[in-house]
Design a protein around this ligand. Structure first.
Ligand SMILES: NC(=O)C1=CN([C@@H]2O[C@H](COP(=O)(O)OP(=O)(O)OC[C@H]3O[C@@H](n4cnc5c(N)ncnc54)[C@H](O)[C@@H]3O)[C@@H](O)[C@H]2O)C=CC1
Ligand SMILES: N[C@@H](CC=O)C(=O)O
Ligand code: NA
Length: 818
């Protein structure tokens, strides 16, 4: 036999009741006996309470009463067959008349006791259960209505009565012994005391009714039918990736619902728990969903935590002062005061110095709690032994929950890492000694970000989302977006990474879409965006969204975006850039950016600053972190110049080869940066700095390739013209080298912290002689690589290899940390 309990939303409308009916029909077909427990129609309990409160104030309650009646009658007219409608309407009319009499009484006496309140509230369940029993007659003729106050007996603590299990179990068994054939619809929430007065079962009352019946009757299962797919791993309104838990232990359900998860109220499930009756949370509106099982003997799980619960709004109260230190009774006095005055304390932390206690309460209770404390501890406050009581508002609680956490080290590290690297400030921390729950108090504005970051960190089998903002969609930027688009599926499947491009900007337009920009059509979307480019605004919006795992990518050659890197780090946003400007400006700027990123626990990746996609920065960094010392670096770091010298042969003239390099996407947006050596110099500076040397651009000895007229050309067109004009100069260069059996190479060297770049003719004996295409080559001489150098070689320019390097950097963001 099974108990099926339907909550307020599952009985709250015609649509809901149709769905309920379908569920019952399916169950009846399975032939196992079922008992149905129902709550009042959604919202009715609160409405009844309000009516009673109005009555005591002699305010109007009749309008509300009429509404209540209408709401039930509308359902009856829709779902009960015409011939039977009268009987149901009459019964409900009687209920509402009785209710009206009670409300009148409250109004005349201007008195509302807990006892009367329970009587008022009982009409919600009585009306809905009776009505539903008659609706179900259409699918099962023998359907009965049971007012649970006839079988569930309690003491007289109105509002939160204690069950007398001996009497109750007897009465329940007896009743159902005589109603084996019937489909019984039972009122949830209500019960009665020994004077036959109505009592109620407190918070989670209808769940409790189901558990009491289930335990008394040894049910095979208790099903809680609601309007969501069971218990979720986090609040689904805030975490899109939250998913339904298949199963969880009783303790976990308890911890999860202690905060937040309002799906059930497990303390009321104790009778069922003691008898090891599984509790299943099901969705009335999605009956095919398997349900979340709360039970003993769980399958082993892959994840350390079961879920994350949260409370959106809390306030904390902080008490500190010398008066508390070593005073054994202090917290006892404080918390019994609060409990006596019905202030619900959600969480407590105390510093080990005993100098302060912080506790969380509902914001509505904060002022009351403060006033109570001020009264109780008046003397201590006056004597200065306690500091003035402080309230902090606009806070939330986030708690990770799971039995597997017990005795597993590293969990809080993971939690705080996820919070820290996303810039979530933790105001207070509490861990129950049970180790099933670690709770943190954070600012409300960070809650969504924190929940998503923590969810990503713990549910590693889920995808991690990188929230990306891209500046610059030219040669490299366009290729990058195309590569991401083509590789999304692979990354999702193999690396569990989901790259979401939320913002794009070039010099003309910008586009921000929090749902993610469709990469198949990004260009059209950006071109048709109504927002004119405004990088400051773009960055401001990126920051305001306060997203976890957020990345700012700079694919421009402009100095402007680099002005925002620091701001991004300070907002816990990582930066990936192929733009060399930030790292090759003043050394102090380079150092400041690196420090700021480190301080905020975010990443700053710029592998493509040197040798495009070739692993050069990474290789250098690996050498340094493992304790090696760089003695010398010799390198060819201009793909453009390599290409030029490798193709400036035979009939080809210099001007045309440079044009070709530009067309192939090897050059900087302004090719004068390549031919003038500035691009090479930037790369050498970045290399030297990453090798640990404090070098400035003015320290670099930069040899020229170009004759003066070309070097001084005022713009790109003039530059190309000057290349033509200087044809003879370049032809001579070519001829001289060829005659000597040599090739031209533009070579950089870092030795003893000194950087020089020079144009050289090298012979076949030189290791850089045999270079082809746009290849770069970097030879590291170090303490460990001294007889033979470590060499990295390959194409060092071009959109495909550069974008791939940026892409790889992007995928690396956060990889080592969460
Ligand atoms: N071509 C290559 O092989 C390699 C290039 N790089 C670097 O890649 C970067 C980009 O190069 P390309 O794609 O060739 O340049 P590009 O000129 O084709 O594209 C630059 C993009 O940035 C946008 N942009 C420029 N200034 C902007 C601003 N202030 N605000 C917003 N958007 C702005 C432009 O509208 C354009 O979309 C450069 O820094 C370059 O040094 C790095 C390694 C290799
Ligand atoms: N223009 C650069 C591209 C890489 O930074 C080059 O030619 O090497
Ligand atoms: Na590189």
């Amino acid at each position: 036999m099974k108990i099926l309990k339907f909550g307020g939303t599952s009985v709250g409308s015609v649509e809901a009741l149709k769905a309920l009916k379908a569920v019952i029909k399916t169950n009846l077909d399975q032939k196992e006996q079922i008992i149905i427990v129902v709550s009042a129609m959604g919202g009715v309990t609160n409405q009844l309470l309000k009516m009673a409160e109005n009555a005591v104030e002699r305010l109007d309650f009749s309008t509300s009463l009429l509404e209540l009646e209408k709401r039930h009658f509308a359902v009856i007219k829709e779902l009960v067959p015409l011939q039977q409608q009268n009987q149901v309407l009459t019964k409900l009319k009687l209920y509402f008349q009785e209710l009206e009499d009670i409300l009148q009484g409250i109004s005349s006496l201007q008195e509302l006791s807990a006892k009367t309140k329970d009587a008022v509230l009982s009409f919600g369940e009585k009306s809905s259960a009776f009505m539903i029993s008659r609706i179900l007659k259409t699918i099962h003729e023998k359907t009965e209505f049971l007012d649970a106050s006839l079988v569930i007996k309690t003491d007289s603590s109105y509002g939160n009565a204690k069950v007398d299990f001996e009497q109750t179990n007897f009465l329940v068994k007896d009743y159902f012994e005589h109603h084996k054939e019937e489909l019984v619809v039972v009122t949830g929430f209500i019960s009665s005391d020994n004077q036959q007065k109505i009592t109620t079962l407190g918070r989670g009352g209808s769940d409790y009714t189901a558990a009491i019946l289930g335990a008394a009757l040894d049910a095979s299962q208790i099903e809680i039918w609601t309007d969501v797919n069971g218990m979720m791993t986090a609040d689904p309104r805030r975490v899109k990736k939250a998913f339904s838990m298949e199963e969880l232990s009783y303790t976990e359900a308890m911890e999860l619902s202690f905060f937040g998860a309002k799906v059930i109220y497990p303390p009321t499930m104790i009778p069922a728990f003691l008898k090891k009756i599984p509790i299943v949370i099901k969705n009335t509106f999605e009956p095919d969903f398997e349900g979340t099982y709360i039970k003993h003997d769980l399958k082993p799980t892959q994840t350390i935590i079961r879920g994350i619960s949260s409370v959106d709004h809390i306030s904390i109260i902080n008490i500190e002062g010398s008066g508390m230190v070593g005073k054994a009774g202090f917290s006892g006095r404080l918390f019994s005061l609060l409990s006596r005055e019905q202030v619900n304390v959600i969480l407590i932390t105390q510093s080990s110095s005993e100098h302060s206690i912080t506790f969380a309460v509902n914001p509505d209770d904060a002022l009351k709690a403060k006033a109570l404390i001020e009264l109780e501890f008046e003397l201590e406050l006056q004597a200065g032994k306690l500091e003035p009581v402080k309230i902090e508002t606009n806070l939330s609680i986030l708690a990770i929950v799971g039995e597997n956490m017990k005795k597993t080290p590293g969990i809080s590290g993971k939690l705080f890492n996820a919070l820290g690297r996303n810039g979530v400030n933790v105001v207070a921390i509490a861990q129950g000694s049970s180790e099933y729950n670690i709770s943190v108090i954070i600012y409300q504005q960070d809650l969504s970000k924190a929940l998503n970051a923590v969810h990503d960190a713990f549910f590693a089998e889920l995808q991690k989302t990188l929230n990306v903002f891209v500046v610059g969609v030219g040669n490299i930027g366009t290729e990058l977006l195309n590569q991401i688009n083509g590789h999304q599926e692979f990354l999702a499947k193999n690396n569990l990474i989901n790259i979401k491009i939320l913002g794009l900007i070039n010099t003309k337009k910008m586009l921000i879409d929090t749902d993610g920009i469709d990469l198949a059509h990004w260009k059209a979307a950006l071109d048709s965006s109504s927002a004119k480019a405004n990088l400051e605004e773009f960055v401001a919006q990126m920051k305001a969204l306060n997203l976890p795992n957020c990345v700012f990518i700079d694919n421009t050659a402009s100095p402007y975006p680099s002005k925002f890197y620091k701001e991004a780090f300070e907002a816990n946003i990582s930066v990936v850039t192929c733009n060399k400007i930030a790292n090759s400006g003043a050394y102090s700027q380079f150092a400041d950016l690196k420090n700021t990123a480190q301080k905020h626990g975010v990443d700053f990746y710029y592998e493509t600053n040197v040798g495009a996609g070739l692993p050069i920065i990474k290789t250098l960094s690996d050498l340094i972190v493992s304790g090696d010392k760089i003695a010398k670096i010799e390198a060819i770091l201009s793909g453009t110049i390599s290409f030029i010298f490798n193709n400036f042969k035979g009939e080809h003239n210099f001007h045309d080869v440079v044009k070709q390099a530009q067309e192939k996407g090897y050059t900087e947006p302004d090719p004068r940066d390549d031919l003038g050596g500035i691009d090479f110099m930037r790369k050498m500076l970045i290399l030297a700095r990453n090798a640990g040397f404090e070098v400035e651009a003015s320290d670099v000895n930069l040899g020229a390739i170009l004759p003066q007229n070309c070097a001084e050309a005022p713009n790109v067109d003039a530059f190309y013209q000057e290349l033509k004009n200087s044809n003879a100069y370049f032809e001579k260069m070519k001829k001289d080298a060829a005659q000597a059996g040599k090739v031209l190479r533009y070579i950089g060297k870092l030795e003893n912290g000194k950087v020089e770049i020079s144009l050289q003719s090298v012979g076949a004996d030189h290791p850089f002689y045999a270079l082809s295409g746009s290849d770069n080559i970097i030879a590291f001489t170090t303490d460990r690589y001294n007889e033979t150098q470590m060499v990295v070689k390959g194409p060092g320019a071009g959109a495909a290899v550069t974008a791939a390097g940026v892409f790889a950097d992007l995928v690396k963001v956060g990889a080592s940390k969460s």
